[in-house]
Design a binder for this molecule. Sequence first.
Ligand SMILES: Nc1ncnc2c1ncn2[C@@H]1O[C@H](COP(=O)(O)OP(=O)(O)OP(=O)(O)O)[C@@H](O)[C@H]1O
Length: 575
Amino acid sequence: MAVKVEHVSFGQILHDLSFTLEDGSITLLVGQTGAGKSSLLDLLTGLTRFDAGSITYDEVPLWKGKRVDSDVLRDIGVVFQFPDHQLFARTVQHEFDYSLKPLRLTKAEAAARTREALAQIGLSEELTSQSPLALSGGQKRRVALATTFATEPKWLFLDEPTAGLDPQAVQRLVALLQSAKGQRAGGIVIATHDLDSFFPLADRVLLLDRGRLAACASPKELCEQPDLMQQARVGLPASTMLSLAFQERGIDLPAHPLPPEQMAEIILQQRGGGDREQHRLIERSAQPEPAPANGGRAGVDEIAEQALAASAQLTTGATASAQPPARRTKQLGQLIRQLDPRAKWAFYLLVSLGILVQSNWSGLALATLITLGCMGAANLWQREVWRLVKPFLFFILISLALSGLRFQGGISFDVAAALNTFGQLYRFLLLMVLGVWLSSTTGQLKMKQGLETSLAPLKKLKLPVEAFALATSLMLRFVPVILQEMRRFSRISKARGKSVKGALRLRDIGAVVVPLLLSVLRLGEELSVAMEARGYAKLGIRRTSATRLCMVQNDWKIILIGGLLFALLVSARYL
Ligand SMILES: Nc1ncnc2c1ncn2[C@@H]1O[C@H](COP(=O)(O)OP(=O)(O)OP(=O)(O)O)[C@@H](O)[C@H]1O
């Protein structure tokens, strides 16, 4: 079984990637922070859909239309970069139960797998009754690894598996992966910054540089060409740096990482002048070179040239006038996020009023275009928005059906009444989407500050302005928080529950819904603690503010645009 990645691209993050992951191999994904390692793991594991190209597992496409192929998904095990994104259940035992459920094992088999995985990763069985939330960072990481190992996937994808582990646990993990290598039908892919731990056991390294494949070579090849790694701002394994320093001082050590004992032996041989033996050791330590994973297309020199060409292209093509539309949209999105919250509130109110007065189809079409334009300009096309909107859309459709159905003298359907209901409710759907735009582009503190300063004159009328501003901003702010939690559970459901759509299924309800509610409550509790620390235990007390709001030219521009859109919408309604 081999994984073939052909010309895969994903937004502005990953560009035209082609490589093959061979059976029985360990492949490292390395690159500086933000190079796209986690994003590539998400594409390889079907957690995210790529925009172009193809990924196949043993010639079976990973995606079947809009869903991940269920057989392929069962062969994949993922350990996320952050264990908190992966663990959710009441106890460690429930974590194992949830991961093992799709395998339909007997109770005894499941218990045996749990015991074995805990022992492999060096965790005590007593831990199974504890809440994963109460564990240390390193313990959480090990539970996340153990629950995935217990499912014995053919293909194992690990994102920063050694982050937060103590040296002993790192050694144990490395030994475990080493022994697992070759025993499985698939292979292991590790995204990591920990070059020292993983270079000695890897067969292939995929070097990512700003979303492009800068190299696909063996660790030995890469260490012998340190420029390539340094160009991609990855740095070198400490042992390679040590070898280079020795080389400068006349002691000839191989550049690729060696276990400390072997390195010490070679140094001793060199000092003793035992040339033959030393060369024998160097030869022995050189890793066998596996067949190139990219079908032999890119040798290191060739890859280095490609990397240089890619980086030259990146630096020369960076003038503002030549920017692709996607980058311009990103900049516009950033600009919107930096606007004064009062200006955004004013814009939101003006456009909302314009939407609310609509009563004809052309007006509603115009309102839809404006709302979509706002979302596009802020770069808010996430599927989560669709998830939030979908239930409301269903509600509209059901209301439409109910208001149109007539039962006098048989069943009939009053289209005019149904469309009237649709028109009424549709306006609220647009307001909801616009609310997501406002809350997603404005931080909670800024949102509250903006409301408070705008409503400050009403304080003289003894109105509870502060409480109103706080409640409104919290309500709006909670929407993205809930979206984020839903996204987390959807990833868990896909990666561990093996749900091909990533949606919560009926059978997941027991396992997932209670923890989801608990997690939202926990967020609420953390928020209330933070607010108390900030002095919100009592409203009406004067507080000093770390930032002062100040309207600049762009803020007045967005208010003006809001005014113009309001006028346009009103004229669409009345003219
Ligand atoms: N959900 C997201 N929405 C938009 N952009 C994202 C998202 N997640 C990541 N990115 C962007 O994609 C790029 C690659 O991120 P990614 O997490 O894949 O990098 P990485 O190489 O894994 O980094 P690190 O080593 O820090 O984990 C970054 O520029 C990041 O800002």
